[in-house]
Design a protein around this ligand. Structure first.
Ligand code: MG
Ligand code: ZN
Length: 372
């Protein structure tokens, strides 16, 4: 099967008058949780960066009209706008999930005044839960960063790496080795510092991820790339494996439970590139990871699995000339768009995620389900 795309379909931009400079208050600003379906021990938050409904549809149609998302019990929609912009970036989008606040685009775990916020991941770590992070971007990129770092700007990768190292995750897999050693801003070797604190860390230089079987007695990290990991199209294939192994690792790491953030980061990059085949192959890679997480969730009662996105990217639409053999895409932008974003929920507490709510409400719902 092949795909083609038309990079710049002419789109008439209608200028709609907006009555409010600030976002009007939402009906669901205040969280009102319904009866929870039993205690939630484990939370798996999967973020398909830039994954709007078109991206999901494209992955489904290109995959034989099937998606593992069809097996989810509850579907909702979140409003992805940020505090500073109607169209969010990934930093503000992830901070909405991690801290439950609307902040400005580029903000990493800080509020509109650049004051640090305490993330869900930090809270559960302090309560004795295991914490995990898996991404197909660098580990210091905006989405993972907002869960473990506090920085006024997403581009401060080396400072974010210091926060990452200090955080003490139990399991982490992703790229960006260069921000941890061979740093420009100082001579610190953050890998050595983490190893001195008991972490077992491997890298793509010396080991094949498939051959590494970490001991759950120690925190484990694997760096998959010096900078950005490869695209799925050019052979990157660790996301589903890291998900299966990571969830088992985390379940054995703490008797209390765990919180894992798993990101399909490059769906967004396919959108920015206005590249249909890129976003389809990244969707299919993410889909395999979702299937792995769903299998874990089915076998481990008390687990909540959420799949959502921070925003759509590309203004992507499946064009009228499309066929089942060949999807044709149109794009309205090389940036992000402001459309509502789906939330798919499965497992313990899933019913709490139906309806339409702010992106920040996801934070509150998770907190309520975990009992604090
Ligand atoms: Mg991202
Ligand atoms: Zn983006």
């Amino acid at each position: 099967m092949k795909w083609s795309f038309f990079p710049f379909i002419g789109i008439l931009m209608a200028h709609v008058l907006v009555a409010h400079a600030q976002a009007p208050p939402s009906l669901h600003q205040v969280l009102t949780p319904g009866p929870a379906s039993g205690p939630v021990r484990n939370v798996i938050l999967m973020i398909g960066d830039g994954m709007g409904l078109t991206q999901i549809t494209a992955g489904m149609y290109a995959g034989g009209n099937r998606s593992v998302l069809e097996q989810f019990q509850t579907i909702g929609l979140h409003k992805p706008y940020s505090q500073s912009h109607l169209v969010t970036d990934s930093a503000a989008g992830a901070t909405a999930f991690s801290c439950g606040i609307k902040t400005y685009n580029h903000a990493i775990g800080v509020d509109r005044d650049t004051l640090p916020c305490k993330s869900l991941l930090e809270d559960v770590r302090d309560l004795g839960f295991a914490t995990g992070m898996i991404t197909t971007s660098t580990l210091v990129h905006a989405t993972p960063a907002a869960f473990v770092a506090n920085n006024a700007h997403r581009a401060n990768y080396e400072a974010i790496a210091v926060d990452f190292a200090d955080f003490g995750l139990d399991y982490y897999v992703g790229g960006g080795l260069r921000y941890f050693r061979n740093r420009d801003s100082d001579d610190r070797d953050l890998l050595a510092e983490m190893e001195a604190r008991g972490h077992i860390i491997a890298t793509y230089f010396s080991e094949d991820f498939a051959q590494v079987h970490p001991d759950t007695a120690f925190p484990f990290g694997f760096f998959t790339a010096y900078e950005d990991p490869l695209t799925a199209e050019s052979g990157r294939d660790y996301l589903a494996m890291a998900t299966t192994r990571g969830l088992e690792f985390l379940a054995n790491r703490s008797a209390k439970g765990f919180f894992a953030m798993i990101e399909g980061a490059q769906i967004d990059w396919g959108g920015h590139a206005n590249n249909g085949p890129y976003l389809i192959t990244e969707m299919q890679d993410f889909e395999e990871a979702i299937a792995a997480a769903l299998a874990f969730t089915r076998h481990n009662p008390g687990t909540l699995l959420l799949v959502t996105a921070d925003h759509e990217a590309g203004g992507c639409a499946i064009q009228p000339e499309s066929t089942w053999e060949e999807l044709k895409f149109g794009f309205t932008t090389t940036g992000h768009t402001g459309t509502l974003i789906p939330v798919f929920a499965y497992g313990a507490g899933a019913e709490l995620f139906s309806g339409i709510y702010e992106n920040t409400a996801i934070y509150g719902k998770i907190r309520a389900l975990m009992g604090w």
